[in-house]
Every structure is written in structure tokens, then in C-alpha cells.
Write a protein that binds this ligand. Structure first.
Ligand code: X8Z
Ligand code: ZN
Length: 606
């Protein structure tokens, strides 16, 4: 999530030092720039690195120690950074239309879009916006549901209920309970959107959504079309899964609660946001008892510590030829939920100084789901580490979807055979039934996620463009949830609620289409890595664990960072310049056949 890094090639450093001596001349705002574009970018890279360190120190403190003081430090760092950024962007705009090296042009474009906080060029408004974002993050992180003064449940506790309980009313209470944290965010979020739009317009974008969509080496309109195209490719898979899951939930909870021709109540899918459904696998296991992949039990019976779970992920990356994580990673990461203070438990991976100060922040539990998330987070860390030889502005993923896909590509290699090899399950079977069981488990994660991954930003694009007015925030949210996911709130929702605020990335202001794209890309990457590892046979049976050939090419992609358009990076690894869902469709072919058979005679859709 947090990307970028430091370390400069000597020539960049030399130019940067020259640039520093020219700082006073560039104060004359309207004058012809005293620096060449290349010199200017070198200076941005240097200064940005210092900002990066400061912002991340404040951000880390805020996320791992939520209190009044960290709020002050975080808001101030963001406000000061935003002032610097907006001043520098104004200068950057003066180079528009000038001849320059392509990598300088790219760096300038990236810089204009790289605002962590897009605020208007006005001290008071900048301060207000930084404060709002710090507050929203804190409200989410410290959010609890209290039945009474001394009976409060945190998010991880509420998530456990949603994952484990099969009692309709108990699930409902946890679902509603968590959503009591977000109504107070509504006014703040409304104001945030106004200010962010004002800032985006000053940078030349139609609104903040337009700015987000412009980050993909194509026009904003092309990007909208591109995501719609990918969704169309995968929609049939989702509809089959939805139909089958709904039928099974109807058997468990009764058709009065889960009508077979309508949307699924949002609290029954094992996840607080109904975004990934693997926690209800027990209700869906196609062939009960065949090839037991119960990693949860192993983690609990062998009493894996959070550190041991992280080591397991590190061992995988090392098997691809990557380095072992630095000592500071182990010393400075937050692996568990501290008992004495509020923290943001939502998992994230950081590079605090842009160089090697890599860390993850998680409240690790002993589940397979969490283990997969650890592999996901280390994907970010290994990416950050690999591109730290790039100039600062290129220390980022080829695009956000690449960043999110690295760790998940590795997760696709956690095959039953791999799990046996590392002692996470006792034995595995090679039958057709075993394959379908595993695919069901994976589809509940990967296929179920697709519409969710698509709709979150569709809501925000609407909010930022003004198409969704504040008076319709919640209504529009549930319309999208219905349209894409075929789910509905279990109780009536009104504009007194603000359900988008109960999802981390909304108050956290993290764009979300990246995850949708990652769910397409990870299968493309996996297909290529499996070819490099000379895997023969079905794609779903491939693990690249231990393959130095696959690891080398994978790492070469990571090192490239954001230095070239993502299409070039994709082509270099996979031979194609397009994101394409055919790999995910191939991968799940066995399960789709099973689902179609199961759904015969059912009326699917909602
Ligand atoms: O936020 C995350 C990661 C951190 S980048 C844990 N994910 C999305 C979410 O939880 O909503 C991974 C899957 C989607
Ligand atoms: Zn991530």
C-alpha cells in the first residue's frame, strides 16, 4: 500500500546537488524556470525522499499508536507535505510543452499525480483536509461496537463472529454493530470529497476520480472502458458462484431468509463486507472430507506464532532466489494487536525510508486466511525492496494492480503439495474431487471478490464526480452492491447510515480498483511463472515454490518499478500488453463445470 523508496544512481545525485544551489532563483513564480526539467526532477527526487521518510514516520506512528498526539503529528506532516507538493506541481506545470528526455516526462507526469493528499492550494483548506483524513483513519482504527460501557467488541472480534457463527441473529448483531462506527464519518467524508476535488481541479483533472483513473498510462475514459471490459470477461464466473452459494445458504438459513430468486443477505457470507467468502467453505465443501486442507487446524494445533507464520512466507520468497528480510523488519514490524492501545489492524506493508526499512503491520490470527494475507503483504515488501534502486518517483508498482498482485501470485502457488511439503497439512489426494474442493475454497476468495473489487471505486468515482450526491451516499452504495454482487443489507438502511465508511479503504482514502486488477493479473503472472518453472499440466496444480528461473524473471519485473509504462512491464514478463482474464477463466475451468452442473434447474441471477 505504501510504496516508493530511495537510493539514487550517482548521476541523479550529482544533478540534485547542482539543483539545490539554484533553489533561490526558482522562487520567482512566473519566471522561466531556472532549472532544466531534468534538474528539476532530480531535485524533486531528493526532496521527496525526505518527505517520504517524514510522512511514513508520522503515518506509522499514527497507525500503531492512535491517540491525540499521533493525530497532531500525522496531520501536520501531511499538511506540510501537501503544501510542498502543490508548490512543486505548479513549477512542474511550467515544463509542459518543453522538449525533454522521455524518462523526465514520465517522472513529471507521475509527480503531478502522486499527491498522497490532494488538497487545494490554500493553507486553511489544506490543514482542514489533513485533519479530516487523520480523524477518519483514527475513527476507523479505534472503532468498536459497544453493547454497554464495559462490553465492547473490536473489529477483529466482530470479524471472528461473522466468520464463525452460523446463527442468523448473532451475525446480524455483529454486522450492524460494526456499522455503528461510520455515521459520524459522513460529514467529514463529504467535506473531504469537496476539498479533494478542489485540489484535483487545480492539478487539471475533472475531479479526484478522474485523477485516480489517470494513473494508468492511458486516458481516464479508456481506463473506465478497460475495467468494464475485464468485468464482462469474469462476470459469468461470478454469477455461477453466486447462484450456488445462495442455494446452499438457503438450505442452511431457510429460503425465507435467503430467497432463491433474490440477493443474498450481506451478513451470511463469512466476511464483514461480504468481499471474500472462504470462511463459509464448510457450508459449501463439494465433496465432504475429501483431501482435507484444513490449515487453520494445523496453525492452531502446532500453535504457530505470528513470527513463524511470517517466516513461512519469507521462506517462499527466498525459495525463488530473493533475499531474506532485513533484521529491522523483524524488530520493527507490528505482528500482533497490542493490548494497551488502539491501532489500525488492517494489514499493510511499508517501506519507511524508501530503502530497506521494510515492515508489515497486522494483527495476525492463526488462520489460513491470515497466512495468505501475510504472503500478500510480503509481496509488497519484496516489490518495494526490489525497486529501491530506481529514482524516487519510480519507486512504485508498474501500477497499483501490480503491487497488489505480487503476493497473491505467490499465494496461487500454495498448492496442496506445497502445503504438505511445508508441514501445513498432513497429506493430499490427487482426485478430481480433491481438485474441486480446493477450487471451491479458492473461488470463494478470488471469484467472490471480483464484483466487490470493481464497485468500491465506482461508488467513489460517482461521489467525486458529483453523480452521487451526499444525500444519496448510502442508497447509491447499496445499489452498486446489489447490481454487482447480488447482495442486500439484512436490515433497512437509510441516509442516517454511512456504510461505505465501515470499509477501511474509504476512510483510509486508498483507491480500490487496484485489487480488482490484481485479481486478473495474478492469474496472468502465475501462468507465465509456471511456464518458466517448466510446469506441465493444469495451471491450478502448479506451484513455483523453489523455482529460481521463475523467481529471476519475477524479480526483474519488480526491479523495474514504475520506470516505464505498465504495458511494457507486462509485456516483458508475459509477452502481452493487455490485462486479460483468460488465465483466471482457464484456471477455474474444473470448478465452473461443477457449478454449472449444480446450478442446473436453478434460476440464477437476482
Ligand atoms: O487491503 C487489502 C490488503 C492490504 S493492501 C490486506 N486487501 C483488500 C481488502 O482487504 O479489502 C487485500 C484484498 C483486498
Ligand atoms: Zn495489498
Amino acid at each position: 500500500m505504501k510504496d516508493f523508496a530511495k537510493l539514487f544512481a550517482t548521476f541523479v545525485l550529482a544533478i540534485a546537488l547542482t539543483a539545490c544551489s539554484q533553489q533561490s532563483t526558482e522562487e520567482a513564480a512566473d519566471a522561466v524556470p531556472a532549472e532544466t526539467a531534468g534538474e528539476f526532477i532530480a531535485r524533486v527526487n531528493t526532496e521527496y525522499k525526505d518527505w517520504w521518510r517524514e510522512l511514513n514516520a508520522a503515518g506509522w506512528l499514527r497507525a500503531t499508536y492512535i491517540n491525540e498526539d499521533s493525530a497532531v503529528v500525522d496531520a501536520l506532516a501531511n499538511e506540510r507535505y501537501a503544501a510542498w507538493h502543490s508548490g512543486m506541481v505548479k513549477k512542474a506545470l511550467k515544463y509542459d510543452g518543453q522538449e525533454m528526455a522521455p524518462e523526465t516526462r514520465r517522472a513529471l507526469d507521475i509527480f503531478k499525480m502522486s499527491a498522497l493528499l490532494v488538497a487545494p492550494d490554500d493553507d486553511a483548506k489544506r490543514k482542514e483536509q489533513a485533519q479530516i483524513l487523520t480523524d477518519l483513519g483514527g475513527m476507523y482504527g479505534a472503532g468498536t461496537y459497544c453493547r454497554s460501557d464495559d462490553d465492547c467488541l473490536s473489529l477483529p472480534e466482530l470479524e471472528d463472529i461473522i466468520a464463525q457463527s452460523r446463527d442468523y441473529d448473532k451475525l446480524l448483531e455483529a454486522w450492524q454493530g460494526w456499522r455503528t462506527i461510520s455515521p459520524p464519518m459522513r460529514d467529514k467524508y463529504t467535506r473531504f470529497a469537496e476539498l479533494a476535488n478542489e485540489g484535483a481541479r487545480e492539478f487539471g483533472y475533472a475531479d479526484m476520480g478522474d485523477m485516480w483513473r489517470s494513473y494508468y498510462d492511458m486516458s481516464s475514459a479508456e481506463f473506465t472502458t478497460e475495467t468494464a471490459r475485464l468485468w464482462q470477461q469474469v462476470e459469468p464466473l461470478y454469477e455461477e458462484l453466486h447462484c450456488h452459494v445462495r442455494a446452499k445458504l438457503g438450505e442452511v438459513y431457510g429460503e425465507d431468509k435467503v430467497p432463491l430468486d433474490g440477493p443474498i443477505p450481506a451478513h451470511l457470507l463469512g466476511n464483514m463486507w461480504a468481499q471474500q467468502w472462504s470462511f463459509i467453505y464448510d457450508l459449501l465443501e463439494p465433496y465432504p472430507g475429501v483431501s482435507d486442507l484444513d490449515v487453520d487446524s494445523t496453525l492452531k494445533t502446532k500453535d504457530y506464532s505470528p513470527q513463524e507464520m511470517v517466516r513461512s512466507a519469507e521462506t517462499f520468497y527466498a525459495s525463488l532466489g530473493m533475499r531474506h528480510l532485513p533484521d529491522t523488519f523483524w524488530e520493527r514490524s507490528m505482528f500482533s494487536k497490542p493490548a494497551d492501545r488502539d491501532v489500525v489492524c488492517h494489514a499493510s506493508a511499508w517501506n519507511l525510508d524508501g530503502d530497506e526499512d521494510l515492515r508489515i503491520k497486522m494483527c495476525i490470527k492463526q488462520t489460513f486466511d491470515e497466512l495468505r494475507t501475510i504472503y500478500h503483504e510480503l509481496g509488497h515488501n519484496y516489490y518495494q525492496w526490489a525497486y529501491n534502486q530506481q529514482p524516487m518517483l519510480f519507486r512504485d508498482g508498474a501500477h497499483g494492480g501490480f503491487h497488489e498482485a505480487i503476493g497473491d501470485t505467490v499465494v496461487l502457488s500454495m498448492t496442496p503439495e506445497y502445503l504438505v511439503e511445508v508441514g501445513l497439512v498432513a497429506k493430499t489426494e490427487q482426485s478430481k474431487e480433491a481438485i474441486i474442493n480446493r477450487q471451491m475454497q479458492q473461488a470463494l476468495d478470488r471469484i467472490a471478490f471480483l464484483p466487490f473489487g470493481k464497485l468500491i471505486d465506482e461508488w467513489r468515482w460517482g461521489v467525486f464526480s458529483g453523480e452521487i450526491a451526499p444525500a444519496d451516499y448510502n442508497k447509491a452504495w447499496w445499489e452498486l452492491r446489489l447490481r454487482y454482487q447480488g447482495i442486500a443489507p439484512p436490515v433497512q438502511r437509510t441516509e442516517a447510515n454511512f456504510d461505505p465508511g465501515a470499509k477501511y479503504h474509504v476512510p483510509g482514502n486508498v483507491s480500490y480498483t487496484r485489487y480488482f486488477l490484481a485479481h486478473v493479473l495474478m492469474f496472468q503472472f502465475h501462468r507465465t511463472l509456471c511456464e518458466l518453472a517448466e510446469h506441465e499440466g493444469d495451471l491450478h496444480a502448479c506451484s513455483v515454490f523453489g523455482s529460481k528461473e521463475a523467481g529471476e524473471r519475477f524479480h526483474a519485473m519488480l526491479e523495474t518499478g514504475a520506470s516505464v509504462p505498465w504495458q511494457d512491464t507486462l509485456e516483458k514478463l508475459t509477452g502481452t500488453r493487455e490485462m486479460d482474464a483468460s488465465a483466471i477463466i482457464d484456471y477455474f475451468a474444473p470448478l465452473m463445470a461443477y457449478l454449472k452442473e449444480q446450478n442446473e434447474g436453478r434460476s440464477c441471477g437476482w
